[in-house]
Write a protein that binds this ligand. Structure first.
Ligand code: PGA
Length: 250
């Protein structure tokens, strides 16, 4: 079964509204002809509506970096998926390690957010991954399994079509240290088997699993050559038009 590659740029807390719009206008010109993979940029919430406008009728979709577990309410400083859907956003990244570290995203909370994202008719990228000390203690599989089980609690087979998993070893994010393609694929294949156990063989074949952590134009080809790697979630290298273009075109 062939899975359509998905390359996403996570801009984190970078780029003003104007910088975001200028960026996607350039990007769009460079990637017009690409139809065999999904392309996604994830700006700040502030820039989302302007980026959606700039990318209307193009092959580039827009994601956000988080969304709330409720659709409205007294939650100062938050944005709900239904509002983002209304603004034209397609995907929400959930459980990024930086949010787990600095913004209290636990598996339980990510699970509640995931349910609300899917209910709102949006798609989700659910991030999992171990820290360096967990890897060194040989706990990678256990950690990733706990995260997948927690984030997918109560998620039905029919919901999986709206979910992409991103395996992002925390020690490889923003550090320049990429997991080797083989190291990454080992965990991807473990996650795929896990989805097979939790759901069924077809679901495990179908689900797309992105790799994230210091993805660059220089290493994307080898990563994408691995059997169980279906795309990339790119931080630093997604902030420049040329490097993100090269990664999308791997
Ligand atoms: P990086 O970030 O590419 O800068 O390592 C990846 C991510 O945080 O998704």
């Amino acid at each position: 079964m062939s899975r359509k590659p998905i390359i996403a740029g996570n801009w984190k807390m970078y780029k003003t509204v104007k910088e975001s719009v200028d960026f996607v206008k350039q990007l769009e010109g460079k990637l017009k002809d690409v139809t065999d993979r999904e392309i996604l940029v994830c700006p700040t919430a502030l820039a989302a509506a302007s980026v959606v406008d700039a990318l209307r009728f193009t092959n580039i979709q827009v994601g956000l970096q988080d969304a709330h577990w409720e659709n409205e309410g007294a939650y100062t400083g938050n944005i709900s998926p239904i509002m983002l859907k209304d603004a034209g956003v397609h995907y929400i990244i959930l459980g990024h390690s930086e949010r787990r570290q600095y913004d209290n995203d636990t598996d339980h909370r990510i699970n509640a957010k995931l349910k609300n994202v899917l209910r709102s008719g949006l798609k989700a990228i659910v991030c999992v991954g171990e820290t360096l000390s967990e890897r060194e203690k040989g706990q990678t599989e256990k950690v990733v399994e706990t995260q997948v089980n927690g984030c997918f609690e109560g998620i039905g087979l029919g919901d999986l079509a709206g979910i992409v998993i991103a395996y992002e070893p925390v020690w490889a994010i923003g550090t320049g240290k990429t997991a080797t393609p083989e190291q990454a694929n080992e965990v991807h294949s473990f996650i795929r088997k896990l989805i097979g156990k939790k759901y069924n063989a077809e679901a495990s074949e179908k689900i797309r699993i992105q790799y994230g952590g210091s993805v660059k134009p220089e290493n994307i080809k080898q990563l994408m050559a691995q059997l169980d790697i279906d795309g990339a979630l790119v931080g630093g290298a997604s902030l420049k038009v040329d490097s993100f273009t090269a990664i999308v075109r791997f």
